[in-house]
Design a protein around this ligand. Structure first.
Ligand SMILES: [Zn+2]
Length: 147
């Protein structure tokens, strides 16, 4: 029995030893400086990336329209909530709307390739750089010659 208790105590001590720095790290992350990704920024980014992926999957024909609409609705709501939480976290006054979500997605699309892709002259969809046709409407884009 004494041996069992001793083993259990050592195990508990090891667990506390392992968990302690992690718990401290979580606490520290809440007080981190602005140049690091905050919890609300991370949440916003995850939601926006998911939203962009859903859009690409739909355009690539991997999602049917019903799935796309319901997923996009859910993710847009999540992205909006995350944007609002982020704005509040930064103590910025002002409201956010769907246009802010669209702007953030456009920014992420551009960030993906380090440069802005070809914006469709017809519908405005920002395509991946080098695209010859618009992924959204099929409109022919100006060929981007590089090199
Ligand atoms: Zn287009």
């Amino acid at each position: 029995m004494a041996l069992f208790l001793g083993t259990a105590m050592v195990a508990a001590a090891v667990v506390i030893f392992i968990i302690q720095p992690v718990a401290k790290g979580i606490h520290a992350s809440l007080e981190r400086a602005e140049d690091e990704l905050t919890e609300t920024e991370a949440r916003k980014r995850v939601a926006l990336l998911a939203l962009r992926d859903v859009e690409y999957d739909f355009l690539a024909g991997k999602l049917d329209e019903n799935d796309y609409r319901s997923l996009k609705g859910e993710l847009t709501a999540e992205a909006l909530a995350a944007l609002e939480a982020d704005e509040k976290a930064r103590e910025q006054v002002g409201s956010v709307g769907p246009e802010d979500v669209e702007a953030e997605i456009a920014a992420i699309r551009m960030g993906l390739h380090g440069e802005a892709g070809a914006g469709c002259p017809d519908c405005g969809f920002v395509n991946e750089s080098g695209s010859r046709f618009c992924s959204a409407c099929g409109h022919a884009l100006q060929a981007q010659v590089s090199g």
